[in-house]
Design a binder for this molecule. Structure first.
Ligand code: ASP
Length: 624
């Protein structure tokens, strides 16, 4: 008999990639789990009633008496049963002889996804029935005893990874969704990477793992915070958006190398790929400069990188914020592909084309372009390389300009040039967005622009310290947070042209996603007070504890935070950060399993001196 087709389908289903990344299968999950420990293999069955896991049995176990516990993945004609645990799948032979009637009854009647315990002998599969695609495919279990540990009712969806289900349903029954191979892989890989990060930071570099409060007070500026009522009338705690103040205070306290797997909270409303609570690998150290933090993080990622991926190459390249914006139109460039922005203002200095003339006559006015390789496939053509330019402006472009453009843009037949004119930053941002849109379009047409196995890290440095406030551009706000130190060569600008001052902030970007950011901090109380009070017009009383601490011998210090959810999402090639969090919120911030946030009887709000003022339209809703 050949490898049963349902089993091959099952294995294919288990390993089906969600994206185009190479996704591992149960066997590689097992290998990566075993390799996770540097010194010895973990004992997966210690203290448990099982002797082995479902995925670990091989021909070397032949003849052994084993006890396995797992979920019924599949049953075939009451003769075989496939048992599953986090380690993999194993085939169990349902005994047919009369003397084993009770065992047969249990194994034949228990619904799929029931949890059972079986004891028996490891035997080889009959010749020809081996399954080379299944790590346990050479053996099967001849059962002697079986126990139904718990039956499974009719499921809201099939557990198999290849069965499509809506995300809302997955989140509602998250505990079932967690049984899928993909979720098992993501969460176990996450745990393994965090373990290695701890090892690297604490054991190799002397960092101290310290927990900081999550009941705190409001921090001026930055993201919106969640409030927690207190029993004191009108007084609230805030859930911190990050342990920023605490980690700096730890430096003042002489805990000179701090790290924490920190839960952070930001009340930013519904955003498709953000979570109101998320996790950071939060780091701070004393007596360090920017390059020190960058090397620490490169080493950390190299050390904790999963074994089944290509190794991380260090040092990571660095670009300045200004270069990133001018070349890629964003401060988080995806450097896996080209299509860079090129300044073609000089080609059009003497142009007769009105909108270009107009743009170039203004301060910071530019003409910029990107060249889309084989773009004629995906776009209505504006300017392509051949003579018959198909564009509303083509007839106004002189031959010399055309040749210069082709030279500058290195344009080939079938390429498309997208051109925009306007203020430098705006023009770049627009082309940056188009660059990504076009990359998506080209890839849907089959062109491989972004190698799914490639991890392209990049440091972005030399950010501006301040930005004009959106609501009032004449006022300033911190580009990151108000504790960021200015660039040493720009300190004088704080007193003359603060808008021009660069900061000692650095962002870490991976494949076009910001996965971390940090800075060297201000450790001088006077400078910190000047920035808060004079430049940012913040109420310094709210931060008096921090300002005071800086005055008591605060060491020079700096740090960084890595967004763990986003990092794991990219490493696993998951479509959403919700796929790497055990119990995430929906994109509206709801827990679809328990229905949080939930209403509270007004009686219970009394101790907090709070009364709900219902919006008028929801009153009607509540009346129903
Ligand atoms: N606390 C900062 C953040 O959450 C990171 C840092 O500056 O270390 O973005």
């Amino acid at each position: 008999m050949t490898f049963p087709s349902w089993l091959s389908q099952l294995c294919r289903g288990l390993s089906r990639p969600i994206r185009r990344t190479t996704q591992p299968i149960w066997g590689s999950l097992y290998r990566s789990l075993v390799q996770s420990s540097q010194r010895r293999n973990p004992e997966f069955s210690s203290f448990a009633v099982r002797t082995n896991t479902c995925g670990e049995l091989r021909s070397s176990h032949l003849g052994q008496e084993v006890t396995l516990c797992g979920w019924i993945q599949y049953r075939r004609q009451n003769t075989f049963l496939v048992l599953r645990d986090f380690h993999g799948l194993v085939q169990v032979v349902i005994p047919q002889d009369e003397s084993a009637a009770s065992v047969r009854k249990i194994l034949c009647e228990a619904p799929v996804e029931s949890v059972v315990q079986v004891s028996g002998t490891v035997i080889s599969r009959p010749a020809g029935q081996e399954n080379p695609k299944m790590p346990t495919g050479e053996i099967e279990i001849k059962v002697k005893t079986a126990e139904l540990l718990n039956a499974c009712k009719k499921l809201p969806f099939e557990i198999k990874d290849f069965m499509k289900k809506t995300e809302a349903l997955r989140l509602q029954y998250r505990y079932l969704d967690l049984r899928s191979f993909q979720m098992q892989y993501n969460l176990r890989l996450r745990s393994q990477m965090v373990m290695k990060m701890r090892e690297y930071l604490c054991n190799l570099h002397g960092f101290v793992d310290i927990e900081t409060p999550t009941l705190f007070k409001r921090t001026p500026g930055g993201a919106k915070e969640f409030l927690v009522p207190s029993r004191e009338p009108g007084k609230f705690y805030s859930l911190p958006q990050s342990p920023q103040q605490f980690k700096q205070l730890l430096m003042v306290g002489g805990l000179d190398r701090y790290f924490q797997v920190a839960r952070c909270y930001r009340d930013e409303g519904s955003r498709p790929d953000r979570q109101p609570e998320f996790t950071q690998i939060d780091i701070e150290m004393s007596f360090v400069d920017q390059t020190g933090i960058q090397s620490l993080i490169e080493g950390l990622l190299q050390y904790s990188w999963p074994n089944d991926k290509d190794p991380v190459v260090v040092p990571f390249p660095t670009v300045t914020f200004t270069e990133a914006l001018a070349t890629y139109g964003t401060d988080k460039p995806d450097t896996r592909f080209g299509m860079k922005i090129i300044d073609i203002s000089d080609v059009f200095r003497n142009t007769e084309i009105g909108f270009l003339q107009d743009a170039l006559s203004k301060p910071h006015g530019t003409v910029k372009a990107i060249c889309i390789p084989e773009g004629a496939e995906i776009l209505p053509v504006f300017l392509n390389a051949n003579r018959n330019w198909n564009s509303p402006v083509a007839s106004f472009i002189m031959e010399s300009q055309r040749l210069e453009l082709i030279r500058l843009m290195d344009t080939q037949e079938e390429d498309v040039v997208l051109l925009t004119a306007g203020e430098h930053n705006k023009a770049c941002c627009l082309l940056g967005k188009l660059r990504l849109e076009c990359a998506d379009l080209l890839e849907t047409r089959g062109m491989v622009l972004r190698d799914p196995t490639l991890f392209s890290f990049l440091w972005v440095v030399d950010f501006p310290l301040f930005l004009p406030k959106e609501e009032n551009p004449r006022e300033l706000e911190s580009a990151h947070h108000p504790f960021t130190a200015p660039h040493p060569s720009d300190i004088h600008l704080l007193y003359t042209e603060p808008k021009k001052a660069r900061s000692q902030h650095y962002d870490l970007v991976l494949n076009g996603n910001e996965i971390g950011g940090g800075s060297i901090r201000i450790h001088n109380a006077e400078l910190q007070r000047y920035i808060l009070a004079t430049l940012l017009k913040e109420d310094v009383k709210m931060l008096s504890h921090l300002l005071q601490a800086l005055d008591y011998g605060a060491p020079p210090h700096g740090g960084i935070a890595l967004g763990l959810d986003r990092l794991i999402c990219l490493v696993t090639g998951s479509p959403s950060i919700r796929d790497v969090i055990a119990f995430p919120k929906s994109f509206r911030g709801h827990d679809l399993m328990s229905n949080a946030p939930d209403s509270i009887p007004s009686e219970e709000l009394k101790p907090y001196h709070i009364r709900v003022s219902w919006p008028t339209d929801s009153k009607a809703e509540r009346a129903h």
